[in-house]
Design a protein around this ligand. Sequence first.
Ligand SMILES: *[C@@H]1O[C@H](CO)[C@@H](O)[C@H](O)[C@H]1NC(C)=O
Ligand SMILES: *[C@@H]1O[C@H](CO)[C@@H](O)[C@H](O)[C@H]1NC(C)=O
Length: 359
Amino acid sequence: MKQNSRFLILFLSSINVFFKITGAAPASLPSSAIFPALIVFGDSYADTGNNNYLNTIAKCNFPPYGINFEGGIPTGRFGDGEVFPDLIGSLLSEGLGIKRTIPASLDPTLTSKDLLTGVSFASGGSGFNPWISQSRSALSMEGQLKKLEEYIEKLKKIGGEETTDDIISKSLFLVVSGSNDVPSAAAGNLQYDVESYTSSVIKFASDFMKKLYRYGARRILVVGVPPFGCLPSQRTLGGGLQRDCDQDYNNASKLFNSKLSSMLDSLSPTLQDTKLVYFDYYNSLLELIQSPQRYGFEVVDRGCCGTGLIETLLLCNRYTSSICPNISAYLFWDAYHPSERANRILISKLLEKSVPMLL
Ligand SMILES: *[C@@H]1O[C@H](CO)[C@@H](O)[C@H](O)[C@H]1NC(C)=O
Ligand SMILES: *[C@@H]1O[C@H](CO)[C@@H](O)[C@H](O)[C@H]1NC(C)=O
């Protein structure tokens, strides 16, 4: 407990340092990392390049993706720069063992050292529902767990069984999924209604959490889905002439999130010594959309890539799409994914709230 509160103070002050003096060298903080590694599952919001190695069209390893990433390199991250895992990793790395950017687990060049501080198994296009992942040739959540199993075996070879158990039990597990499940339900193109479909997805999500627990995870942070109706592409498709937020889609997102959060609340006490913490991405992102001036955004209803009305993935490419003159003024990078700057603002709030609950 004492160690935890000392960590918290260090952690909260490192958040301040990070946001006030960007680019400053990290202070030398204790090496006894509270989270030795960050281990990530989910969809395009968390994929750091796995889909580059899969036979899927859900890819973005071409310009202008990655224009704000170190050196302007398209790495397969679904955005202009760093994504959730990197942003969390860089905040935690200020005082802890985790490295700045979180590598993709399918990258064949990963070293043992890379493995020790964590990886992302996430795959763009995947969903909690295995059928969704399959329909997009993405690595399913079950497939991602298989990769975790291989990862644990590799850790054991490097550091032995006891060290591995210790790393796994103390690591931060990040789960960012649902973003491909929910729109399918909202579009009404499935045989179920939104109410029963969201419940069936939650059942998959709950099974996933229990499996993570069986692999040894004890600190699990779960990010809810964004307000889909306010994503630029959905404003175009369902928002009418004014391109308003599509309330059907927003309602489906809210319904899914409320079921996800109550599932986590009821599951958490049944898993010994385990913290399952939910992050409300919906309302955090909505706040940026509704009060853009407060955060220095000028455009919230179009993406920066192309016309911003619909372009994402293959449609956002250097041959057909010019990009907006000032990305910093845009909340969304493409018509589906928030910009690095927007997510960075949200991540700082997320960690400030969630880390104390995970300890
Ligand atoms: C969204 O949900 C609200 C509150 O549950 C409801 O009043 C409204 O009619 C719903 N809107 C749509 C378009 O389904
Ligand atoms: C870009 O947008 C940001 C945020 O609105 C603003 O602070 C900055 O001055 C803009 N830069 C240019 C060159 O217009």
